[in-house]
Design a protein around this ligand. Structure first.
Ligand SMILES: CC(C)(COP(=O)(O)OP(=O)(O)OC[C@H]1O[C@@H](n2cnc3c(N)ncnc32)[C@H](O)[C@@H]1OP(=O)(O)O)[C@@H](O)C(=O)NCCC(=O)NCCS
Length: 131
């Protein structure tokens, strides 16, 4: 099965850096949420309580994004291990003046987890494959 998710954010003035474009740290935070959404779908019907971010690889900022634009995130599970889930996240900016463009890409590794009786979480072998 192919696992995908979509998620959008409106860029507000609070998200802007000192040169007038979307702050990169904010973009990475949204990319992480986009990865969390597809990992949530991937882990439905397993005993995992969720997944945590283990690594963020290959982040590329291709185009600046401006206040008032939308960012549309598309996340796809591209590879799985025993507990890990490798996710490709593509962020498309969309604005009245500039149109749709691929603004940022990243590969995010999440690890599925369960909690023990002491409330501590540990990695969990999800045993699932993606397409
Ligand atoms: C996630 C966590 C529970 C895993 O603990 P662990 O028992 O040490 O397991 P490891 O991290 O060594 O390995 C887990 C998986 O991640 C993979 N992995 C580890 N480091 C990796 C890296 N840098 N890049 C890609 N994959 C990586 C391992 O290969 C393994 O994959 P597999 O189970 O599919 O074979 C622990 O590392 C942790 O709590 N990290 C902090 C998470 C966090 O706070 N994230 C931010 C908030 S969400």
């Amino acid at each position: 099965m192919k696992y995908t998710a979509k998620y959008s954010q409106l860029v507000m003035p609070d998200n802007i850096n000192i040169i007038g474009t979307l702050f990169g740290g904010q973009m990475i935070s949204w990319m992480d949420i986009a990865a969390a959404k597809v990992s949530y779908r991937f882990l439905k019907e397993t005993e995992a309580i969720g997944a945590v971010t283990r690594a963020i690889e290959k982040v590329e900022f291709n185009e600046p994004v401006y206040s008032g634009e939308w960012v549309n995130f598309e996340s796809t599970v591209v590879e799985t291990g025993k507990s890990s889930i490798k996710i490709q996240v593509d962020a498309y900016a969309e604005g009245r003046e500039r149109g749709k463009r691929l603004a940022c890409t990243a590969v995010i590794i999440m690890v599925s987890v369960v909690k023990d009786e002491n409330g501590q979480y540990h990695k969990y072998e999800h045993g699932k494959l993606c397409e």
